[in-house]
Design a protein around this ligand. Structure first.
Ligand code: ADP
Length: 500
């Protein structure tokens, strides 16, 4: 540091002055030479003109002081040169005074032009600095930035945009921005710009949207786009788009949904696991009936002389039982299958009857009386059938379990149209009602009062119902027991004009 400071004896402005003064000395020297060379022709006329270039050059290079220095030096040299050509008179001194005045004004002008030059240089430096700063920010923010003009032609394509789309700025600047969109937006984009120019209606500017982008390799991805508008120069408009890749967020959402449906599925398996012995029993019934009918038929055939109608009747009964067993297995298989979650328009009464058939296995043996109350006008719903059946199954199984200990065992499963938009399903029982200790957390997972219960049935039911835009709740039953309700969105009749 020390060394470097001692090296620089002069500051940069001092160096400038010295150079300008050196220029002045050289120019005045040249002026003297030229003046002396032409002395035989011009004698004492126009001497001062020879020193004007020195003043102008010094003022231009160094400003006021070098300019004044050159003026003084020039005036002195001119008088000396005139003295060399003849005696000096008053005219020579008047000429020198005029030269001094003109020289001083030129020097002042030099300073003024120098100040302006310095100012504009520092302004340019400032602009360049700010631009570099802005660029470094834009290159580090996670959002990609693309600037287009009114015609959709790309003006600027940031580093992040290069990474996101796979194109380089060189390949994109000057081309239409539609190259970054898949069809049908690609074809429509010019039209959007045109519409905005015409109507000034904002559909995306200042609002932000989720749209689809296309990479260089043709793959597409969801992105969040916010667009700002700016006016440069006179009338030209530019649009700056900030783009955020949503692929990751989308992937997380998809994973969450996957986990959720996995959970729903596991809970169905759990429910069936709990019912396994009852289900085995339910299947055993038709199987033993089939065995009995077939054994009986064989006996009749062996005995001989029995009318064939009797044997054929027994075989028919066996076949019917086989179909019944097949039906139970089909329902089970549908219920257990993981399947795509898919919403279709379904008949709610049919869906509930099927679920109840599964849920009520063994219920008759427990002396449970069940009544269905279905309102015929409230039937059509847009649902994932298996999931809603899962809710119904959970509620009916809970009601069956609840009534194990009670004397009266009446269950009602009802469908009511609440209003034009909503249908309500109700499952009521005459059990002991909800245990007060868990009432507040009833729909939360792992809340159970059962010895072998998992406590997930009601929480899964709530997830399913809410995902369908409905609500689930419980009320006490008059005279004891619990009444569970859940709602579903009704599908308008007009959609079914063909089947009404
Ligand atoms: P689990 O049946 O495995 O216990 P659920 O989430 O289906 O799980 O039920 C949680 C708890 O809610 C049950 O343990 C029970 O105490 C209570 N419950 C559910 N339905 C009824 C009902 N109909 N009557 C009384 N209590 C009920």
């Amino acid at each position: 540091m020390e060394d470097r400071r001692s090296d620089n004896i002069f500051s940069s402005s001092q160096v400038g002055w010295l150079t300008a003064c050196a220029v002045a000395v050289v120019a005045v020297g040249l002026g003297v030479l030229a003046r002396l060379a032409l002395a035989p022709l011009i004698q004492q006329r126009g001497t001062f003109i020879f020193f004007v270039p020195a003043v102008v050059a010094a003022a231009a290079f160094g400003g006021l002081w070098p300019g004044l220095f050159a003026t003084l030096l020039g005036a002195g040299a001119a008088l000396a040169a005139d003295a060399h050509s003849g005696t000096l008179g008053i005219g020579n001194f008047v000429g020198a005074a005029v030269f001094l005045l003109i020289g001083a004004s030129v020097a002042l002008g030099g300073r003024w032009s120098q100040t302006i030059r310095r100012r504009s240089m520092s302004a340019n430096d400032g602009v360049a600095q700010r631009e570099a700063h802005l660029r470094s920010i834009l290159e580090t923010v996670p959002d990609a930035m693309i600037v287009i003009d009114e015609g959709g032609v790309i003006q600027d394509f940031s580093r992040t945009a290069e990474r996101l789309f796979g194109w380089t700025a060189e390949q994109t600047v000057g081309k239409n921005v539609r190259m970054l969109m898949p069809s049908p937006y690609r074809e429509a984009h010019d039209g959007y710009l045109e519409r905005y120019r015409r109507t000034g209606e904002r559909h995306i500017i200042g609002i932000g949207r989720i749209v689809v982008g296309e990479r260089m390799d043709g793959s597409t991805f969801p992105m969040e786009l916010s667009v700002g508008e700016m006016r440069r120069e006179t009338e030209r408009k530019f649009f700056t788009g900030f783009i955020r890749d949503l692929t990751e967020r989308q992937q997380t959402l998809a994973r969450l949904q996957e986990l959720q449906s996995e959970l729903v599925h596991v809970s169905r398996l759990t429910a069936l696991g709990e019912m396994a012995s009852a289900l085995a029993h339910e299947l055993n019934q038709p199987l033993s009936a089939i065995a009995n009918y077939l054994k009986g038929s064989k006996m009749l055939i062996d005995r001989g002389g029995i009318p064939p109608e009797r044997i054929s009747d027994a075989i028919d009964r066996a076949a019917n039982e086989a179909l019944r067993a097949g039906e139970i297995i089909r329902r089970l298989r549908d219920f257990v299958a993981r399947g795509e979650t898919e919403r279709r328009i379904e008949s709610l009464s049919k869906l509930i009857e099927e679920a109840a058939a599964l849920a009520l296995v063994g219920a008759k043996e427990h002396g449970i009386r069940i009544r269905f109350e279905f309102a015929p006008q409230a039937d059509r719903v847009l649902v994932d059938k298996v999931q809603i059946q899962q809710v119904v199954l959970n509620l009916i199984r809970n009601a069956v379990d609840a009534m194990e200990e009670t004397e009266r065992r009446d269950m009602v499963v009802a469908i009511h149209g609440l209003d034009r938009e909503t249908i309500r399903v109700t499952v009521s029982d005459t059990g002991p009602g909800i245990n007060a200790t868990i009432a507040d957390a009833l729909f939360q997972p792992f809340i159970t009062t059962k010895r072998t219960g998992m406590g997930v049935g009601l929480s899964i039911s709530r997830t399913i119902v809410e995902a369908h835009g409905g609500r689930i709740w419980v009320e006490p039953n008059e005279g004891g027991g619990a009444v569970f309700h859940f709602t579903l969105q009704r599908v308008g009749q007009e959609l079914f004009s063909d089947d009404q």
